[in-house]
Structures are given as C-alpha cells and as structure tokens.
Design a protein around this ligand. Structure first.
Ligand code: NDP
Length: 508
C-alpha cells in the first residue's frame, strides 16, 4: 500500500511555477486547505444517557452501561444504558398501551400535527444534530449537514403529509395501523435510518420500540428529546440501546406486530428465521454490491464524479454504494486515469472539518474488516492504488482505495466491503455488462452512465436491482421507494411503498 506523509502538492507544473510563487527551483507549491472546523460546542453531550421508555429516561434494569466512542479520536463520547430483556418487555408494554389508548385512536390530522412539529424541530436543531451525528459516526460534517439531516427532516415532512390522507394513499381501502413496530437500525446513517422507520410508522398510527446500533446511539436518544419537546404522547417512541442480542429479543418479542431491520445480510437472515411462522410483518434492508456501469458514450468527467460519490461518500459505508465499477473496455484507461487524479484531491481526515471528503470509519471492528478484505484483494492478485495522503495519528481512518485487474471471483468483487474501496472490472457489450452486474447474490442498487436514453431504459429493465440511478448516483428522496432483491432483503422504505409497510389494508 502506498503511504506518504508528504503534503499533497502541485508538482506537475514543475519548477517554473514553483519559481513564480517565490519558491526555489523544483520546490512544490503547498496546496493544502486551511482547516475549517465546525464548532463542536453547538452540541452538549452529557456524560451519561439512559434508555427512553414511556416518555421517561431510565437506567437499564440491571444498571448496565456501555461506552460510546468518537471514531475519529477514539475518545469516549458518553456512557449509555445497555437495555436488558426486562427493559425491552417494559418498552413493548409502553408502546402497546400508547398505541391502544392514544396514538392508534388519534385522527390522522392530529398525528400529522405532531409529525410536522417534529420536522420543524429537526430543522431548527439541524446544526446541532449534524455535529452530533458526525461525532458519533465519523462521517464528514458536510455530509451530515447537507445530506443526512435535511433528508431526516424531509422524511418527517413527507409522512406528516400522508397522516391524514391514508384514504387517498390507498383508494377504496381502509388503512389500519399494524400496532407496535420493533425497529433495528445500523450505524452508517443512524438518524436517517431512524427517520425512514419512525416517520411512516407514526404517520400510519403505529408506535415503536427502536434499537440503535451500539456504536451510534446518540442521535436516537437526542431524537427522543425532540419527541418530548414536540409533546409526543409517552410510549409512542421508545429507544432501547443495547447489544445485538437485544435486537434479536426485540424481533422475536410476541408483543410486537412488525419488525423493520436495516443491517447485514447475516443478521437479516437470523431475523427472518425469528419472524417466520408468526403473523408479524417484516421488512429487511440488507447489504449490497452495486455495479456502477460506465458506457463509452458517457460524459466521462461527470461519470468520474458519480463514481467518487458512489463509493467514497460516507467512507463507502453505504449499503447501496457503487462498489463495483464496470467500465466499457474502450474507455477504461482514460476513466482510471481521471479517477486516480480525482482521488488525489480527496481530503481524508477530521470529520468536523468542513473541507473533509472522507472521514473516519465507524469502528475498529469495521476498519479491521476493510483491512482484511483489502489484503485479500492484494493476495488474490488485484492491483491496488491509494493516493498519498496523511492520515490522522489517532482514529479509525482508511485511504480511498482503487483496485484494478479485478476478477469476478475475487472476494473484493463479491463481498460487501462497506468501506472506501472500489473494484474495477470491464465489459465490451451491454449484455456482458448486465451479466456481470447481476452476477452477485445482492440486488440493492446500480448506476448507469450513458448519453442514450433508450439504453438507460433497457439496462434498468434488465438489472436485478431495487434502485437504478442513471447519470447520477446516491440520490435519495422521501417520495421514492428504496429496497432490494435477493440477499439485499425485501420490502420498501420511502414513498407510498414505505407507508404500505406499516398498514393493514381492509375492505370498506
Ligand atoms: P449488524 O447487522 O450486526 O448491525 C446492524 C444492527 O443490528 C445493529 O443495531 C446491531 O446491534 C443489530 N444486531 C446485531 N446482531 C443482531 C442480532 N443477532 N439480532 C438483531 N439485531 C442485531 O451489522 P454490523 O454492525 O456487524 O456490520 C457488519 C457488516 O454488515 C458491515 O460490514 C456491512 O457489510 C453490513 N452492514 C450493512 C448495513 C446496511 O445498511 N445494509 C448497515 C450496517 C452494516 P449492535 O450495533 O449492538 O451490534
């Protein structure tokens, strides 16, 4: 792996340019951005947090806690209560009571008022939430500020709008809430995944018990504060941070009517087994190994931006990341050259710096998983490229990485890496591109880059992927359903499909 502590510099222009900047012959022009750190003091993080059950913050039944770290510094952020099974029982009972006695009976227009209020508070507190999310996840502040939090608020606005219009959402049918939803979310987009799950659930009259990931519990706990600020009735939203076994206890709990899970395919499979044979509704949003397909007629500079956004956004810790690049053979050399140039300009480091493009990996375990898979790529014969860039001394950082000479059989072409690692493959014809793109156990997303509209439509029809982006990548909207085929799970979140996942439709 290449590694350098040299500052990145404009060396290509050579000594002549260096001289015109007052530098000696052969000396490079310093080309670094001045630090531009977002103020951390907008967010007050307490030393300790409890669980949120029935509108109150409470310790775990056995007093257990765990430490939540900042992945960029490895320093503790807070000590958080670790839910026990007894706590989950209490949370489910509280959610059931709230659903039967209050929330499930409220007219839609009343539920909508609460959801609109939550959306407004999310927007008012967006800067604080962005900093908190960045501290807890390691993602760059410009992403939490410009992508995560605006989308979180947008989901609440969107589903607030549906709460009193369910009869129009499902014409001719009566939409009843399912009851209590058990929701388990991952660490890559903690508040956004919460919004994808809680907003439609509440709009349709359900109550929820949500388990955040152990490495990122803070934004869910802050969301519970926002629910209190919005005067949401107690028990409608319950938050139970805890280990994976608490997630499986929640999924198997006889007191819930619906399970919604986002995370790894392995855990999704276990949850599927727990729910099988019951009458619980289930949505699973699991991993992916998306193909981002570049045809020779594509606008290549735009495509390169799309490739970078596809795999280096959120450090590649994205289920729909464009982690397999399929480039038409005639343009592969130029695409790789442009990509390498672009990679050299990516700024890796302090997630709170507004210039940072690639922040910290969320946990040591995830970093080790990425390192192990990258080592397998090298061992299996792929060619690695990493730009020279200085990584911070502490924290879980990984250089943006590009693999060429990748074979379909390599692990880096088959397994979800969930890191800033791109595997490049080539194709000659559209048929070959389809065959390679679909040659995966996953089916979450794909990208197509071409100037021909007819080709986009034909490719999208033949790609076995829940979401297909054309001449763009990683674009999300609350009105648009998201979800996968095959091992990427089933059910959809977002849009009317996302609402459908939280209702039981009856005849009039
Ligand atoms: P997990 O699937 O283990 O974690 C996702 C959520 O499920 C977390 O809240 C986790 O809790 C919880 N969980 C863990 N085990 C169980 C269980 N047996 N029953 C119910 N809930 C459980 O993902 P990892 O964090 O281990 O990441 C591993 C890999 O999964 C990543 O490298 C990536 O490839 C993939 N992944 C995919 C995601 C996606 O968006 N599709 C998101 C996250 C990961 P806890 O945090 O306490 O373990």
């Amino acid at each position: 792996m290449s590694s350098s502590t040299e500052p990145r510099a404009l060396t290509r222009a050579g000594g002549a340019v260096g001289a015109s900047w007052g530098l000696g012959e052969g000396q490079a022009i310093p080309w670094e951005y001045a630090p531009s750190r977002e103020a951390r003091d907008i967010v007050a993080i307490r030393e300790r947090y409890g669980l949120v059950i029935d509108g109150r913050e409470v310790p775990a039944a056995d007093g257990g806690t765990f430490v939540d770290l900042d992945p960029a510094t490895e320093e503790p952020l807070a000590v958080v209560a670790r839910a026990t099974k007894a706590d989950v029982d209490r949370a489910v009972r509280a959610a059931r009571r709230a659903q039967r006695r209050r929330w499930g009976n409220l007219p839609g227009r009343e539920r909508a008022k609460y959801l609109f209020r939550i959306a407004r508070i999310l927007q008012e507190r967006s800067r604080e939430l962005a900093v908190l999310e960045t501290l807890d996840t390691g993602k760059p502040i410009k992403e939490s500020r410009d992508v995560d939090i605006p989308l979180v608020a947008a989901h609440f606005w969107y589903y607030a709008g549906w709460a009193d219009k369910l009869e129009y959402a499902f014409p001719g049918r009566v939409a009843r809430p399912l009851g209590v939803a058990g929701q388990i979310i991952p660490w890559n987009f903690p508040l956004l995944m919460l919004a994808w799950k809680i907003a439609p659930a509440l709009a349709a009259g359900n109550t929820v018990v949500l388990k955040p990931a152990s490495t990122t519990p803070l934004s869910a706990l802050r969301f519970a504060e926002i629910c209190r600020e919005a005067d949401l009735p107690p028990g409608v939203v319950n938050i139970v941070p805890g280990p994976g076994e608490i997630g499986s206890y929640l999924a198997a709990h006889p007191g819930i009517d619906k399970v919604a899970f986002t995370g790894s395919t392995a855990v999704g499979r276990q949850i599927g087994q727990l729910v099988a044979g019951t009458d619980k509704a289930l949505t699973l949003e699991l991993g992916g190994k998306a193909a981002n397909i570049i045809f020779e007629d594509a606008a290549l500079d735009q495509a390169v931006e799309g490739i970078v956004n596809g795999i280096y956004f959120n450090q590649g810790e994205v289920c729909c990341a464009g982690s397999r690049l399929l480039v038409q053979e005639s343009v592969v050399d130029v695409v790789i050259e442009k990509l390498k140039d672009r990679l050299a300009t990516l700024r890796v480091g302090d997630p709170l710096d507004k210039n940072t493009d690639v922040g910290a990996i969320n946990s040591r375990a995830q970093l080790e998983k990425i390192e192990e898979l990258v080592a397998s790529g090298v061992a299996e014969g792929a060619e690695i490229y990493q730009p020279a860039c200085q990584l911070p001394e502490r924290g879980y950082f990984f250089r943006p990485t590009l693999f060429t000479n990748v074979a379909q059989s390599h692990r880096i072409a088959r397994e979800e890496i969930f890191g800033p690692v791109l595997s490049v493959l080539t194709f000659r014809t559209p048929d070959e591109a389809i065959e390679k793109a679909n040659n995966t156990e996953y089916g979450l997303s794909a990208g197509i880059w071409t100037e021909k509209g007819s080709r986009i439509l034909e490719m999208a029809r033949r790609l076995r992927a829940g979401v297909v982006w054309a001449n763009t990548y990683n674009k999300f909207d609350p009105t648009s359903p998201f979800g996968g085929y095959k091992e990427s799970g089933f059910g959809r979140e977002g849009g009317l499909h996302g609402l459908l996942a939280y209702v039981r439709l009856e005849d009039r």
